[in-house]
Design a protein around this ligand. Structure first.
Ligand SMILES: [Zn+2]
Length: 109
């Protein structure tokens, strides 16, 4: 999980912790809510077991990448360099699997 740090604090250690009222608070008392979290489409916010706010690659996106990589692997013989194409497909699938596991570990997947 990639942690989200407070934009108001200068310290990179200023991470947000979740409170029981679903508000996230940094050590200096700055607060954000889920509506304040702005991520691109491929990422989703998450909270790890320690209560720290962060983000992971969306498991839906990871599964799409894995499916495309496996399709590329099945069709790699049609590429000029099949061994290279297979390696790229497997690397892509592996990285997406790692992203999926990261999402799983924080309860998103
Ligand atoms: Zn702060």
């Amino acid at each position: 999980m990639n942690v989200i740090t407070c934009a108001f604090c200068t310290s990179e250690a200023a991470t947000f912790r979740v409170r029981p009222d679903r508000v996230f608070e940094c050590p200096q008392g700055h607060e954000i809510t889920v509506r304040d979290i702005c991520l691109d489409e491929m990422n989703v916010w998450a909270v790890d077991a320690s209560g720290t706010l962060g983000y992971v690659v969306s498991p839906v996106f990871s599964l799409e990448v894995i499916a495309e990589a496996l399709e590329d692997l099945a069709n790699c013989d049609s590429w000029p360099h099949p061994e290279y194409a297979a390696r790229v497909a497997l690397d892509t699938a592996f990285k997406a699997c790692v992203d999926y596991v990261a999402a799983y570990r924080v309860g998103v997947a």
